[in-house]
Write a protein that binds this ligand. Structure first.
Ligand code: ATP
Length: 375
């Protein structure tokens, strides 16, 4: 499903006027500070339940206001069971946050829902912005986030298993920090923690394997020249040749000293190696960027194989990617039938994105003072 309608209220500098988007490509351009990223950020709220650029909701509420709202209308996509209305909207999503009450309200098709995952599962949103390159250059946390986004959309039960595991981890950590260790209690937490960790890891591994197949097919096709010698490996967060329970038992003293859990899904990673060494140490910045873009496309391929349409938000990529990379990205996302939003400061040149004149259906918008005008 694609986002075909957006309306915001009190969201940064955005105007409350509803906007209609293409289920294919949407090109947004405008001066610095006009509101381009804010549009993507508002869309991101519907698909991620949070901002992709700040950690506090407060920052996105328009100055002087207490609450923001984002409404989205989705087309029917492959879901033939719902009739779209006259505007082509088959599903409605809404998120509102009152920052003074610290209260979030979520709605799907007019009904209140409690968990963010119930909202986010309808709109798989993938962001490519200047910060995305941390997937390769940064620490394991960024790669876990990258993998878990896909796992969440592939395995619907993943979000609740993850939350349960976080609760048990926190109880376990409290027990580890107690002056007098309650060994019996710790064993109870250990067995719950190990069972949940195994479930998380199995879901991650299944999605990772799908991702790896898609990635390998993609690099062969793109032929970037360094595919030989590149190795992607899933690390679950502990030595998987042993059971997690055994590892916890044999590292009791170390975990007690540190006062928290040292092994398990919070330590998982995707290890990226080139000729045996981490790509962050061996690849040039350009090669790292290509790798991240290919990883993002491969994720889109995984979801697309499952009949899910991904909405890609490409923020300010002109500054990061050269013309060749941008054209490759546009061509691939078009072939996957993804919905795409691309921002730029200059007036977009569709012929640069689609040099072979195979431009898909697109809509172009000029953004000025938070208002979008279609051209
Ligand atoms: N909470 C807020 N309330 C009102 N206005 C805000 C708020 N937060 C940011 N702004 C303003 O909203 C505008 C939109 O910023 P945004 O980052 O979306 O612009 P942009 O078009 O992406 O810019 P750039 O090209 O520089 O990245 C800016 O002028 C900013 O000062």
């Amino acid at each position: 499903m694609a986002l075909v309608k957006l309306q915001t209220q009190h969201f940064r500098n955005l105007s409350p006027t509803p906007v209609s988007f293409s289920p294919s490509f949407n090109l947004l351009y405008g001066e610095n500070g006009s509101g381009k990223t804010s549009v993507l950020e508002a869309i991101g709220y519907l698909g991620l339940g949070r901002s992709f650029r700040v950690s506090r909701h407060q920052a996105v509420v328009s100055h002087g206001e207490q609450q923001f709202t984002v409404f989205g209308g989705l087309d029917r996509g492959l879901d033939a069971s719902r009739e779209p209305d006259a505007a082509g909207v088959a599903h409605r999503l809404g998120i509102a946050r009152d920052v003074s009450q610290k209260e979030t309200t979520l709605r799907v098709d007019g009904e209140g829902v409690r968990s963010l995952s119930s909202l986010a599962m309808h709109l798989p949103v993938s962001v490519i912005d200047p910060g995305v390159f941390d997937i390769v250059a940064g620490g394991p946390g960024k790669r876990r986030q990258f993998l878990d986004w896909a796992v969440f959309h592939v395995e619907p039960s993943f979000a609740s298993t993850w939350q349960q595991c976080q609760r048990v981890t926190s109880q376990r950590n409290q027990t580890l920090r107690n002056g007098r260790l309650d060994e019996a209690l710790l064993r109870v937490w250990d067995s719950q923690y190990a069972a949940l960790s195994d479930r998380i890891s199995a879901a991650r591994k299944t999605t990772f394997d799908r991702f790896k197949v898609a990635f390998q097919a993609l690099v062969q096709e793109v032929d970037v020249g360094w595919t030989q010698g590149l190795k992607l490996e899933f690390y679950p967060g502990w030595d998987s040749s042993q059971s997690l329970l055994d590892i916890l038992a044999s590292h009791r003293e170390q975990e007690r000293r540190m006062g928290h859990t040292l092994y398990g899904p919070n330590r998982a990673d995707i290890r990226l190696k080139f000729q045996g060494r981490p790509v962050s140490e061996t690849f040039s910045r350009g090669q790292q960027k290509t790798l991240v873009i290919l990883m993002k496309i491969a994720q889109g391929m995984v979801l697309s194989e499952l009949g899910k349409q991904v909405t890609f938000l490409l923020d300010d990529i002109n500054a990061e990617l050269d013309v060749g990379h941008r054209a490759m990205l546009a061509r691939k996302l078009q072939a996957l039938r993804c919905q795409v939003f691309i921002t730029s400061i200059e007036h977009p040149q569709p012929e640069a994105l689609w040099p072979d004149n195979q431009a898909p259906e697109y809509r172009m918008f000029h953004v000025e003072h938070g208002k979008l005008t279609e051209e």
